[in-house]
Design a binder for this molecule. Structure first.
Ligand code: MN3
Length: 392
């Protein structure tokens, strides 16, 4: 190995075939002098995983769906790429010594255990998978403080706040202002929510994202999850985190300081910038993408959120105020609700009712362990499914 090659950062991408995963690979392809793909993992999209691995020659790949193992192995063995299968392999691969940084781009709760293991293995983590902190923020942040691991946000709002905070001291933060596009139903009367179809909800006005986060954006659960994510990442009291609707998605979020100054980070809505910043920080490196042209943007609008309409936002914030296992339960109910809605088993307008009913009488504890989260998640998924079958 030459001297320059040895200085490359070895990247593992968990969820490489998803929206964040594929965009992460685009970023890496722009900087092959700096980054080397070490590990790729996919849930079930074996075809794309094989294509990515053949092109980028990682050391190893993991396919979570074990029925696809033979197919992937056959395709990649001639390239001397190690192939593993199953959820356990996915959770363990993050501890590989040769990995410098992990892009955590799994969907939902499934990212918790791999992130937990990655923190324990003192890895640098570029975190796109917000549910990890929503469910296990208390556990992960405690673990992080006693490790040499680090977490950098990939979520665009949190990347914006992180960029605003460079050079600032945390005790001067007065409040964080998370912007929200308001999704496709910002102007739809609440009476019409019962008629919303999955096809309509999957059409986000500004961002191109995976199905789960797109539905969460339409209900604004996504912003609730992001408030919780910000709470854990930046250690700001929950009442000092505000949400502001900004339909153009140009101002990605803001920080207000104790002298009244407000800093904002702006850009075109494209995840490649926050992905790259999480990989390159503290350096800022060139990204060849479209540039923001403010003269062409007619206006930047801001308005308050109607939480009577977007009840999920309130439900999420209340869960973190209660703490303990409440956010974990709320997240599990929401994941089941989103899945049921996408499969035409649940009315869009019923999503908040279902989450409230499903999490109403849970027994929470403080200082949960990873097993406590696991148990609660399982219990609520079961209960939520039963409520759907009974007909909410
Ligand atoms: Mn976001």
């Amino acid at each position: 190995m030459t001297h320059t090659e040895s200085k490359k950062t070895n990247v593992a991408i968990l969820g490489s075939t998803g929206s964040i995963g594929t965009q992460s690979l685009e970023v890496i392809k722009q900087h092959q002098d700096k980054f080397q793909v070490e590990v790729l993992t996919a849930c079930r999209n074996s075809q794309l995983l094989i294509k990515q691995a053949t092109e980028l020659k990682p050391n190893a790949v993991v396919i979570a769906d074990e029925t696809k193992y033979e197919k992937v192995k056959e395709a990649l063995e001639p390239h001397f790429i190690k192939v593993f299968a199953g959820t356990k392999s996915l959770e363990d691969v993050v501890t590989m010594e040769s990995i410098d940084v992990i892009v955590m781009a799994l969907v939902g709760y499934s990212g918790l255990k791999p992130t937990y293991n990655a923190v324990k293995a003192n890895k640098r983590i570029a975190l796109a998978n917000k549910e990890v902190l929503v469910v296990g923020g208390e556990l992960i942040m405690n673990l992080l403080q006693n490790s040499r691991a680090s977490i950098y946000p990939v979520d665009s709002e949190h990347s914006a706040i992180f960029q605003c905070l460079v050079g600032e001291s945390f005790d001067t933060i007065e409040k964080l202002i998370l912007t929200a596009s308001g999704g496709p139903f910002r102007n739809l009367e609440i009476e019409k929510w019962g008629q919303v179809t999955p096809e309509q909800a999957l059409k986000h006005p500004n961002w191109c994202m995976g199905d789960k986060v797109t539905i969460d954006s339409a209900t604004m659960m996504n912003k609730g999850l992001e408030v919780i994510e910000a709470y854990w990442l930046f250690g700001v009291p929950i009442d000092n985190i505000e949400v502001l609707i900004h339909p153009q998605s140009i101002v990605h979020s803001m920080v207000q300081f104790n002298d009244g100054s407000v800093k904002a980070q702006l850009g075109i809505p494209d995840m490649k910038l926050p992905i790259q910043y999480a990989l390159s920080y503290p350096q800022r490196i060139k990204l060849q993408e479209e540039r923001l042209d403010l003269a062409k943007i007619v206006s930047l609008d801001f308005e308050e959120v109607d939480t009577d309409k977007f009840r999920n936002l309130k439900i999420a914030i209340n869960s973190i105020k209660k703490g303990g296992l409440y956010p974990c339960a709320m997240n599990a109910a929401n994941e089941i609700a989103v899945d049921a809605f996408l499969n035409n088993r649940l009315n869009f307008a019923k999503i908040p009712d279902l989450i409230e009913q499903s999490t109403a009488n849970i027994v929470s504890i403080s200082g949960p362990t990873i097993d406590d989260y696991f148990e609660m998640d399982k219990e609520i998924r079961h209960k939520t499914n039963e409520l759907i079958i009974k007909g909410i």
